[in-house]
Design a protein around this ligand. Structure first.
Ligand code: BMA
Length: 362
């Protein structure tokens, strides 16, 4: 019967995890829908600390400047794998869980990165060693160790629930900037095939062995020059929900930055459309924001022709004892704060209040 050939009650567009929880499937669809409304603004470690404060209940540098929280919250699990109480940027994991619950309760979107140590040497993520990826794949000498690290990650993720006992959906973004070579999983330290196997094993283990059904998976490179470069290590459509890249402005050539973003977002959006994936700018920043009009004059301009789900500014680590500083969103009084407020108020951007109205989990 010809009329019965179309499946009526089956969801055809599902994330990597076909058994994802209702809230996770809803988030997946809403991330696609939100693109028509604007770009969600995100910030790493937003609720934990800012340029010159730490752990002040309800505080956020973004809120100090705009009166509103970001729409997307980034958190980092590096050092969870070695049983530390705090992550590699000194955020206590128990506090992080509370911040994640709060962001979710407010209707925000949570994304998780992981600068995990080198499992072969025990050194940092930034200290590559030949053979690391081979060693953690099935059959490798560190495979069991790697699985034990994923077990710890799963325990953390399973402890994140909303007020009705539902799991909080997480956009997991492992093995980021994989086309660079500064991390042990980077381009010069494993073959494309090994990288794909690592990705597929990781997703398969979390989903099928650990039965985590509240994750969406984000694949992201660093800057890239071509579609071929972007896709060289892409593990396949059935393993990825979100695609993105990380980009930082270095130096004061705003025009070059606008051009670079434009070129890469154009390629990213084409790949996303073709593969039915969610495009996002998974990390960005202009360190110390020396240009007072950077938000509307450069970043907003760069984004204007583009349609992506979110942008995530990296962390406001603040001043270090050695006098250096690191921050990517303005704090109260910072020279780009007034312009950031304009950027906040523009049609283009979505922060907490607007995104809460959308209901990302419904
Ligand atoms: C980098 C810097 C570091 C930090 C690392 C992991 O970009 O912010 O200070 O340790 O990310 O979050």
């Amino acid at each position: 019967m010809v009329f019965l050939s179309a499946p009526v009650f089956t969801q055809t567009d599902l994330p990597v995890d076909k058994n994802a929880t209702r809230e996770t499937v809803n988030l997946y669809h809403n991330l696609k829908k939100i693109i028509a409304k604007g770009i969600m603004f995100g910030h790493q470690d937003d609720l934990a600390y800012g340029y010159n404060w730490k752990y002040k209940d309800g505080r956020s540098d973004i809120k100090d400047v705009t009166g509103d929280y970001p729409a997307v919250y980034g958190w980092e699990l590096g050092h969870l794998e070695i049983d530390r109480v705090t992550n590699l940027d000194s955020v206590p994991f128990d506090k992080m869980k509370q911040f994640i619950r709060k962001g979710y309760q407010r209707g925000g979107v949570i994304t998780i990165s992981w600068h995990l140590n080198n499992p072969l040497t025990g050194k940092t993520a930034w200290e590559p060693e030949k053979g690391t990826v081979t060693a953690i794949l099935p059959g490798g000498e560190k495979h069991d160790l790697y699985k034990s690290w994923l077990d710890k990650l799963s325990a953390f993720m399973n402890d994140l629930k909303g007020s009705k006992g539902e799991f909080i959906p997480l956009v997991f973004r492992p093995y980021h900037e994989l086309n660079g070579s500064w991390f042990w999983w980077g381009k010069n330290h494993c073959s494309a095939d090994e990288f794909k196997k690592l990705w597929q094993f990781t997703v398969g283990y979390l989903r099928d062995e650990k039965k985590l059904h509240h994750l969406l998976y984000a694949f992201n490179t660093d800057r890239f020059a071509s579609r071929e470069e972007y896709l060289e290590r892409y593990p396949g459509d059935e393993w990825v929900d979100v695609i993105g890249f990380d980009i930082y402005q270095r130096g004061n050539n705003n025009e070059a930055f606008i051009k670079d973003i434009d070129k890469m977002l154009t390629m990213l959006e084409a790949i996303a459309a073709e593969k039915n994936k969610i495009p996002a700018l998974t990390e960005f920043g202009y360190g110390s924001l020396p240009d007072e009009n950077w938000w509307t004059g450069t970043f907003g301009k760069a984004l204007a022709p583009h349609k992506i789900a979110w942008v995530l500014a990296w962390r406001n680590a603040g001043r270090r004892p050695n006098g250096t500083e690191e921050f990517y969103v303005p704090y109260r009084g910072q020279r780009s704060a007034a312009d950031f407020k304009k950027f906040y108020g523009s049609e283009q951007t979505l922060f907490q209040k607007e995104v809460a109205k959308e209901g990302m989990y419904k």
